[in-house]
Design a protein around this ligand. Sequence first.
Ligand code: NAD
Length: 285
Amino acid sequence: MTATDESVEPPTLTGDDVLRIDDADFAAGRVALVTGAASGIGRATSLVLAANGLTVVATDVDEDGLAETRDRGDELDFPGDIHPEPADLTDDEHLESVVDAAAGYGDLAYLANVAGMQHISPLDEFPMEVYDRMQDVMLRAPVYLSKLVLPHLRDSGGGSVGNMASVHGHYVTADKVAYNVAKFGLRGLTQSIAAEGAGTVRSFSVSTGYVKTPLVTDQIPDTAEQRGISVQEVVEDVMLGQSRTKEMMEPVDVGNLFAFGFSKHATHLNGGDLLFDGGMTLTYE
Ligand code: NAD
């Protein structure tokens, strides 16, 4: 068997690993808007929030993926409904209509900014149009969405914004300048919301290492081939090499962090970061 014969598949979310939180605010009358909801972490976050009884407005450019997210919530018979609202995060009018649509389903109380993308290139060759697009999707859209939802979050009597950062919001790797800048920026947005939330609106960021999503698992066989090592070695030595926890995180684990961050148990999480990196950035060999 060659290295490329092996693969790591993104898991399908079942109800078993979902964190269920007893919170009176997790009810159908309260709405969570989730971006990047057609895939990976955004899909898992939508499903976890629906499992906790919230009404979820799921947005993404990928309409088919959004429908699959909704269908998975139906299959699992989760109490909260998932409403797909396709939108391109680079288009301000789309952002405005998605927020209007979300507010139409009840008290818009939570925003999860999850959508993202990656581009690998040295700084001196980094294409500026790619840089601009990544900032639009990963930083400008979260800022504008936060601005648009803020009055709703205040009116809901207490809401919060969760931003998907990364270990790359703490330290960087080479050849990922647009990603690094966006993730550091999201932590600035998080702290700005907390500073202006006046105790009514909270914000937090979530920082993880590698998570088993298509974005990551699709690259593993190629990396194995390029380096002449096995798929298992890519996972253990390349991806988890600096991590003390030698197991990749699953999307549901990240969705659970958003649910916790939005819950009453996270009242004192206000501007802070949930660093769940398996020890990657805080230990040194
Ligand atoms: P993914 O590729 O599975 O999902 C990203 C989603 O964003 C896709 O559904 C895509 O259609 C959507 N998107 C991209 N451009 C868009 C646009 N213009 N408008 C609307 N939607 C758009 O990726 P993922 O692994 O689930 O990553 C989600 C987030 O988590 C990203 O912000 C990523 O940086 C972050 N993150 C991922 C990992 C990881 O290992 N997977 C680790 C740390 C942080």
